[in-house]
Design a protein around this ligand. Structure first.
Ligand code: DLL
Length: 438
């Protein structure tokens, strides 16, 4: 499937798309209604290009039909439930039939293999287990590949270190921010993460940068690949990088059709241009999803890959449309700031962006921490002139690249909260202020 000739793949996608449409029209009232409203019928979909005639699905559709309204099978056929990691309100609930779990496991097994994992390897899973799809998603994929899965879940960091030291897994997965936290804790306890037996890591579930990859690969002495997915579409494994190129994520196109649209006009954008990722599932039974607007910003590329996989690739996620900060009219993604900050060897790779209002103007206050030796060397004097120079250099770099002014706060060591799952990069005090009055 991964090396299928593209013509044959397109035929397979079309056949599976039509099956999916028949399924949702036959069993999901919400989709039936939306297609009537959009004045489109199954007979209008004569080729894959006609997918653009179909209405989009959004998180609101799932919320409006919460919890099971968009399921296409009776509940007794659903063998597992997961949920999205929405930070506010109720989670969105997603479900899987036995066949769905089988497909998902196979896709994740392929993803782990693409990263360098193989049968017989010990695989340390540091994604959370629970409603979040990360832990169980990677777990079933690892077992499917014939690995020995170590179900650590997230947190309990000292115990994770014992297991890495004693069981000597070859592979590990978790959020990039947690992997950084784990490495830091290991160093604190006097261990060198590079001396573990780990050879590869599969990191995702949150935006991260090439600079973060370089730091993680160096700290752990591993090859680190990016894995992408979302619960509404399946979970981890929708796309993954290969260890050969580590440059763009192969989309599991036998199971999903990817599109990129302009989020303001909703029209398709040409290959290579950034826009919002939209996915249609092709094999899911319990919760088929049609043109789901992910809110994630990326681009697509059909440039052939040296690994031999024939699927198109998506770029690293730049951020979510709803994470984009608009500072005095300028759009900035947290990942762009991360890319710049992580180039400073004086800093630890933990940071937080505080959004505030000063007068009527929005303002960014960047919280950063110094490397321990620098902090100790300066006698912990945060007003030291070397630090003033460092701060103004960072401000200048961010202004030159992102066109926004920033204030810099140097925090004490470990003052910035360390992540155990998805890192909270942006604290929006403006929202918190307005919530106080609402
Ligand atoms: O985060 C699934 C997952 C688990 C992916 C483990 C990778 C590894 P949700 O909790 O539903 O599912 O969150 C989905 O997380 O829309 C993106 O905004 C973000 N996201 C996921 N993977 C990446 C990634 C899982 N590799 C949301 N890079 C998505 C950037 C990512 N953002």
């Amino acid at each position: 499937m991964e090396t299928m000739e593209r013509g044959a793949l397109k035929k397979l996608q079309y056949r599976r798309l039509m099956n999916t449409l028949r399924r949702v029209i036959g069993s999901v009232g919400h989709y039936r209604l939306k297609m009537v409203q959009a004045d489109v019928g199954i007979e209008d979909i004569q080729s894959l290009d006609d997918i653009s005639k179909l209405p989009f699905t959004t998180k609101d559709d799932l919320r409006d039909t919460y919890p099971f309204g968009m399921f296409a099978v009776p509940q007794h056929e659903v063998i597992r439930i997961h949920g999205s990691s929405g930070t506010s309100g109720k989670p969105t609930i997603v479900g899987y039939t036995e066949k769905d779990i089988g497909c998902w496991s196979e896709i994740v097994a392929r993803s782990i293999a693409a990263a360098g994992g193989k049968k017989g390897d010990l695989f340390h899973i540091a994604y959370g287990y629970g409603l979040f799809t990360g832990g169980l998603g990677l777990h079933y994929g690892a077992e499917q590949l014939g690995m020995t899965a170590i179900p650590m879940s997230a947190g309990n960091t000292d115990r994770q270190i014992t297991v890495i030291n004693d069981l000597q897994p070859q592979g590990i997965c978790g959020t990039p921010s947690y992997m950084l936290n784990l490495a830091e804790r290991m160093e604190e306890k006097g261990f060198n993460p590079r001396q573990s037996n780990l050879a590869y890591g599969i990191f995702g579930a949150e935006p991260w940068s090439e600079e973060m990859r370089a730091i993680l690969e160096d700290k752990w002495g591993i090859t680190a690949v990016d894995i992408y997915g979302l619960s509404e579409v399946m979970g981890p494994g929708v796309a993954v990088e290969c260890q050969e190129e580590q440059n763009g994520l192969h989309i599991a196109e036998d199971h999903f059709i990817a599109e990129i649209i302009d989020p303001s006009t909703l029209l398709p954008v040409e290959e290579g241009k950034e826009g919002e990722l939209v996915f249609t599932s092709l094999t899911k039974e319990a919760l088929p999803i049609i043109r789901y607007r992910t809110g994630d910003i990326a681009s697509l590329s059909s440039v052939p890959c040296s690994c031999g996989r024939t699927s198109i690739k998506m770029s690293r996620i730049k951020g979510r449309t709803d994470d984009m900060m608009i500072i005095r009219g300028v759009n900035v993604f947290p990942s762009e700031i991360e890319r710049l900050l992580l180039q400073y060897k004086e800093l630890v790779p933990h940071y937080q962006i505080h959004l505030k209002t000063k007068g009527s103007m929005d303002e960014i206050n960047l919280h950063i921490e110094l490397q321990d030796d620098l902090y100790n060397h300066l006698g912990q004097n945060l007003a030291h002139e070397n630090l003033s120079r460092l701060k103004s250099d960072i401000k200048h770099t961010i202004k030159a690249n992102c066109l926004v002014n920033t204030e810099i706060t140097i925090c004490r060591p470990k003052e910035i909260a360390r992540s155990e799952g998805k890192a909270i990069r942006v604290i929006d005090w403006k929202k918190q202020q307005s919530n106080l009055f609402s």
